[in-house]
Ligand binder design. Structure first.
Ligand code: NAD
Length: 486
């Protein structure tokens, strides 16, 4: 398989039963955010019937895949990882074309996905149970983890490779079959990854990929009675609706949702290194990241200096197409996203924020120059809502208590950052933040084998990545084994 198998199809198709299957509804064009006239390919706008058919195929494949020894399932994932490595350049180019992020970031995303996959493949040999002492003489009591059956994965557009892989690896290694609905804007990377999984030896039917809208294909997956669990990554509003649907039939959900992540700058030996960390975390993927740092909370004593350095750095960031080698900030995903970001900047200014990065020219199209807004108060919309663009707000505080209150003021709870030279302050802030992850003295970079997730409006259910991930995709079985009838 090569990416051309996806790009050069004459008939738009989903991936079902190990092959390409034309949908029963219309088709949608996938376009390039850097050049919307570039129609990359068309994919099915799948109907509820297409989803039902894919779920039925996955249901048929479930018993044999569950009965396959775990280490053999892990071997398939290892071969998949090798193939992703062999096709890394093609995949990275495809991601940049359909999502817009700079090519270096796309390459980094493939590398990151491969490390996560490497860890997950090994989980096949680590699906441990326990033995529990029995009160009955001679009886053995032990636990095992069992697959759930057919699970659904619904993914966002901002990480076209990592988002699907992060769900497929733990779901498949634990013996489930999967129907994946990738984001409407970026389904091509997911389809290419499915082709590579087939080439790696995944039995037909174990994975289905159904393209289409959330309102039709996604919603049908969420309400389908034969889908045991739904792992969703996306916005909080959509996640809430999915959770309601799945709860009605007592299925389980893993929701990885939005964020409004704060970095508190208390003290630093070298403020420029702090600026490096904040800038990288704020503008990667043009700020379209759940873990983007979008708020800076800074002690009054450092504020003027930090804002001046951040503003200079933001003003110098090179904005352009992801294919240009010097681009640091690519286009936003859609015209609506550009309008949304511009709307928030305007609203922030109207409510009293001060823009410290001068207006400047950027290429025509879906480009937004990175912006720093100073003197932002915690109650402003720019400080509370997930803007999903290269916009950084700065709120000034007078002490650590006020900083903690501001960091925690909001609905989200994904990641927080504290920069401090003082271990007491670092630990105090780390313990006091109501977030799933806290980073001390670096940006929001996570690791590919460490649990990842949020609390409050940022997440529900087991964290993904690392040892927690397989817990979501399995149920516990307790076995009481008596050698003979008492
Ligand atoms: P989105 O919620 O609009 O869409 C996500 C997915 O859900 C897409 O595949 C979409 O088609 C589908 N969908 C939409 N409506 C649906 C419905 N009614 N029923 C079922 N499925 C439906 O999000 P997005 O714009 O694609 O992604 C951006 C969001 O994702 C941001 O909020 C970001 O913070 C979040 N995100 C979170 C994480 C994390 O790990 N916490 C990671 C990446 C992105």
């Amino acid at each position: 398989m090569s990416v051309h198998e996806v790009l050069d199809r004459t008939e738009p198709a989903n991936f079902v039963r190990g092959g390409w299957k034309v949908g029963t509804g219309g088709v949608t064009a996938v376009t390039n955010p850097a050049d919307p006239a570039d129609r990359i390919a068309t994919v099915p706008d799948s109907t509820a019937g297409d989803v039902d058919a894919a779920v039925a195929v996955a249901g048929g494949a479930a018993p044999a895949w569950a009965a396959t020894p775990g280490p053999a399932r892990g071997d398939v994932l290892r071969r998949w990882n090798d193939l992703i490595g062999e096709h890394a350049e093609e995949l990275a180019a495809l991601m940049t074309r359909e999502m817009g992020k700079p090519l270096a970031e796309s390459r980094g995303e493939i590398g990151r996905a491969r490390l996560e996959l490497d860890y997950a493949a090994g989980e096949a040999t680590r699906l441990h149970g326990t033995t529990v002492p029995s009160r009955a003489a001679g009886q053995l009591v032990f636990t095992e983890r069992e697959p759930l059956g057919v699970v659904a994965a619904i993914t966002p557009w901002n990480f076209p490779a990592v988002a699907p892989i992060r769900k497929l690896e733990p779901a498949l290694v634990t013996g489930n079959t999967v129907v994946l609905k990738p984001a409407d804007a970026t389904p091509l990377t997911a389809l290419a990854l499915a082709g590579l999984l087939r080439d790696a030896g995944l039995p037909d039917g174990v994975l289905g990929v159904v393209c289409g809208t959330g309102a039709t294909a996604g919603a049908r997956l969420a309400e389908h009675p034969d889908v045991a669990a739904v792992s969703f990554t996306g916005s909080t509003a959509v996640g809430r609706g999915i959770a309601e649907k799945v709860a009605r039939r007592l299925g389980s959900v893993q929701l990885e949702l939005g964020g409004k992540n704060a970095a508190y700058v208390h003290s630093a030996h070298d403020l420029d290194r702090v600026v490096d960390q904040i800038t990288g975390a704020a503008v990667q993927a043009s700020g379209q990241r759940c873990t983007a740092i979008s708020r800076v909370i800074v002690d009054d004593s450092l504020a003027d200096d930090l804002v001046a350095r951040l503003s200079a750095r933001f003003s110098a960031l090179r904005v352009g197409p992801g294919t240009a080698t010097d681009t640091e900030v690519g286009p936003l995903i859609s015209d609506e996203a550009v309008q949304k970001v511009a709307g928030y900047i305007g609203r922030g200014l109207a409510e009293g924020a001060v823009r410290t990065t001068p207006e400047r020219d950027v290429p025509a199209g879906r480009y937004v120059a990175p912006v720093v807004l100073d003197h932002v108060r915690p109650e402003m919309a720019v400080a509370r809502d997930e803007i999903f663009g290269p916009v950084l707000t700065v709120t000034r505080v007078s002490d650590v208590d006020e900083a903690i209150a501001v960091v925690n003021d909001g609905d989200y709870g994904l990641a927080a950052v504290v920069f401090a030279t003082d271990l007491d302050v670092s630990l105090r802030v780390a313990r006091a933040t109501r977030t799933g992850m806290v980073h001390v003295n670096h940006g929001t970079t996570s690791q590919p084998h460490v649990p990842f997730g949020g609390v409050n409006a940022s997440g529900v259910g087991e964290f993904s990545i690392g040892y927690t991930s397989t817990e979501f995709f399995t149920s516990l079985k307790v076995v009481y084994l008596s050698p003979e009838v008492p």
